[in-house]
Write a protein that binds this ligand. Structure first.
Ligand code: MN
Length: 234
């Protein structure tokens, strides 16, 4: 059998821009691993002064604020990670730390949803992390708040509650690699471009979320995100 042409047009993933009718078209989603000392310690991995490392999620894994995500297949340990998200409005290679912030369009609050059992299994086998990190609906992200509205937040609380119970708490000032350092480091490996999102790592307190529970995350000075895991089907 031959499928008829033309094939369906693939939708361009995008996010709302706070205070605007325009949307932010998403090109790539980069994520920083291990960027808060207290989270490295709870995961019992790595040297706290290792250079930053990066992985990616597919851009169609985005879920907007207020969304419902299905409990994913292939895991018995579905976990939340609250993160500050950087949204690039410009790009380039080999950006210096001094140039880096000029590429930032805005910021958002995101969740690096993780199949922790798969991540640990892949790590133990020295295999890529995709099964643990880069699955469907693994990248919820709130509206992009422009730099023109909030500047470049460098400190402020970052928290996540599950059904009202506090689970994660930190301060973005405690990131091991700050936003200019992350962008400079990433741009040494990849040509960055408008539409790129960077999830900047999570503080301590990560843990499992179950069907029917609601995650509410907040980054002071940026915004909030609320995502519910769909109840089990009866
Ligand atoms: Mn993360």
């Amino acid at each position: 059998m031959t499928l008829p042409l033309p094939l369906p047009v693939v939708p361009q993933p995008s996010l709302p821009i706070a205070g605007s009718a325009d949307r932010f078209p998403i090109r790539r989603i980069y994520c920083v691993g291990r960027n808060y000392v207290d989270h490295i310690r709870e995961m019992k991995e790595g040297d706290e002064r290792d250079p930053p490392f990066f992985f990616q999620k597919p851009s169609d894994a985005i879920v907007e604020d207020g969304g419902v995500v299905a409990y994913p297949a292939d895991t018995e340990d579905f976990q939340f990670e609250i993160e500050l998200v950087v949204a690039l409005g410009a790009g380039g290679r080999d950006l210096t730390k001094a140039q880096a912030l000029d590429a930032v369009f805005g910021y958002a609050v995101g969740l690096d949803l993780t199949r922790r059992d798969q991540q640990r299994d892949m790590r133990a086998k020295m295999l890529p992390w995709e099964r643990g990190k880069a699955f469907d609906a693994s990248a919820p992200c709130g509206a992009i708040v422009p730099v023109s509205a909030i500047g470049h937040p460098a400190k402020g609380s970052i928290t996540l509650d599950v059904d009202g119970a506090p689970r994660q708490s930190g301060d973005i000032a405690h990131m091991i690699w700050n936003v200019p350092e992350i962008i400079a480091n990433l741009s040494a490996s990849y040509a960055l471009a408008p539409g790129d999102l960077i999830m900047t790592g999570t503080p301590a307190g990560v843990g499992p979320v179950r069907p029917g529970e609601t995650m509410h995350g907040r980054v002071e000075g940026v915004g909030t995100i609320t995502i519910t895991v769909a109840p089990c089907e009866a």
